[in-house]
Design a protein around this ligand. Structure first.
Ligand SMILES: [Zn+2]
Length: 96
């Protein structure tokens, strides 16, 4: 696994840190950030929340209710831990 030591003041744009924040739907603080394509984001997330944080469980619920597959759309998941962010790639989806 590639590891990069980055100074706080030069933290790259778009990479989350521990300040991920609270979900605009459920209010829970999430330590996971994630990405899907902008088209799916716009189809799933109500307009008033598109610039806010939506946790993956709330996004999954909204997408599934609309018949959309989050597993295919999910590009990357970030775990925001203490002093680190770990990028995780989805590799398999188990349906039940
Ligand atoms: Zn939520």
């Amino acid at each position: 696994m590639e590891k990069k030591k980055i100074k706080k003041e030069s933290w790259p744009a778009g990479i989350p840190d521990q300040l991920v924040g609270e979900c605009k739907i459920c209010g829970e603080h999430s330590y996971f950030d994630w990405q899907v394509g902008s088209k799916m984001w716009e189809q799933v997330v109500p307009k008033e929340h598109r610039f806010g944080i939506i946790c993956l469980p709330c996004f999954d619920k909204m997408a599934t209710e609309k018949g959309m597959d989050v597993g295919d759309a999910l590009k990357i998941v970030y775990f925001c831990g203490k002093g680190k962010t770990i990028a995780l790639k989805p590799v398999k989806e188990y349906l039940f």
